[in-house]
Design a protein around this ligand. Structure first.
Ligand code: SF4
Ligand code: SF4
Length: 314
């Protein structure tokens, strides 16, 4: 183990995380990314020995910051680890100290410094009607900001449903003409869909980039296939194909653990592509259908218009 690696594991221990727990996380992440177990040591290396820290400029447009909140609550790596060790986050309004003119200057300088090399992560939808007048930062419309910055990036990752497809801002009647980034600018983006998306799918996308030197394979809606290749229904324990022994132990019996299928009360699991039943949320604690709530289809484009009223069978 070299000096850098040793320092990494010491930092982990300082945070109360054993090497064993870290390897458990890497095994989970590797499986989520659809890679064989032989990649686990390589995935661990991405965190323990970050050879390159890609510069990231993180834009906040029309959104609620829920995606950043979800990421801050990612089980591992913690946000400080992600920001300082794996990525070189040059601009992120929520976590940076600068404000006002200083923040504007920091953004301008970061874009100039890393032109053509940075990953642009976008959180939030773009108002396109009335010359983008429905949403501005520092006197510039979201549309102007995105048009100016996104083409200068090496790649654009849309985190969450708003930047991916417009989300509720784009729901009918959509007076501001809100759209996702790809549609508003006519560019190809990687879409980490969901409201909010599971942080593990963002982390998996970044690790894939660092490990393979390229972004992951995408479906025809721009979503990474490793996370959005199957429907919620495909992997739902309520289907009756009961495989999760942990569930049985927790609930006492297979029947109690399974519960009833929620299709009749509006579950959109059969129409929704996402890995919630496998990845789960909050350190693997649970996910909506496990907690007894039907899937409302939050990772599908236009789900507010197509899937409402939510509690009625389609
Ligand atoms: S609860 Fe939803 S996802 Fe699960 S089996 Fe029923 S319809 Fe499918
Ligand atoms: S279960 Fe459905 S609505 Fe809930 S987070 Fe997953 S995709 Fe979104």
């Amino acid at each position: 183990m070299d000096k850098e690696e040793r320092a990494f594991y010491e930092r982990l221990e300082g945070k109360g995380v054993s090497r064993r727990d870290f390897m458990k996380f890497c095994t989970f992440l590797t499986a989520t990314m659809g890679l064989s177990s032989s990649f686990v040591p390589k995935v661990a290396e991405v965190f323990a020995q970050p050879a390159q820290r890609p510069p990231v400029i993180w834009l906040h447009l029309g959104e609620c910051t829920g995606c950043s909140e979800a990421l801050i609550r990612s089980m591992y790596p913690w946000i400080d680890q992600l920001v300082l060790d794996v990525l070189d986050v040059a601009y992120h309004e929520t976590i940076m100290a600068a404000a006002g003119h200083q923040a504007e200057e920091a953004l301008h300088n970061a874009v100039e410094k890393y032109k053509g090399k940075f990953i642009c992560v976008v959180e939030g939808a773009i108002a396109t009607k009335f010359n983008g007048g429905y949403g501005k930062v520092g006197g510039k419309s979201f549309l102007q900001i995105a048009k100016d910055i996104c083409p200068k990036a090496a790649g654009v990752i849309c985190i969450g449903q708003c930047s991916s497809y417009g989300n509720i801002q784009a729901a009918k009647p959509n007076p501001g003409g809100y759209k996702g980034v790809g549609e508003a600018l006519g560019i190809k983006t990687v879409n980490i869909a969901g409201c909010p998306p599971n942080p593990i799918n963002f982390v998996g996308t970044v690790v894939n980039y660092l490990l393979m030197g390229k972004l992951p394979a995408l479906d025809d809606l721009g979503r990474p296939l490793f996370a959005y290749g199957q429907t919620i229904h495909d992997n739902c324990p309520r289907r009756g194909h009961f495989e999760n022994q942990e569930f049985v132990t927790e609930f006492g019996s297979e029947e109690a653990a399974l519960g009833y299928c929620l299709y009749k009360v509006g579950c959109r699991g059969p129409e929704t592509y996402n890995n919630c039943p496998i990845a789960k949320f909050n350190d693997g604690a649970s996910w909506p259908v496990q907690a007894g709530h039907p899937c409302i289809g939050c990772s599908q484009p236009d789900f507010w218009d197509k899937f409402t009223p939510f509690y009625q069978e389609l």
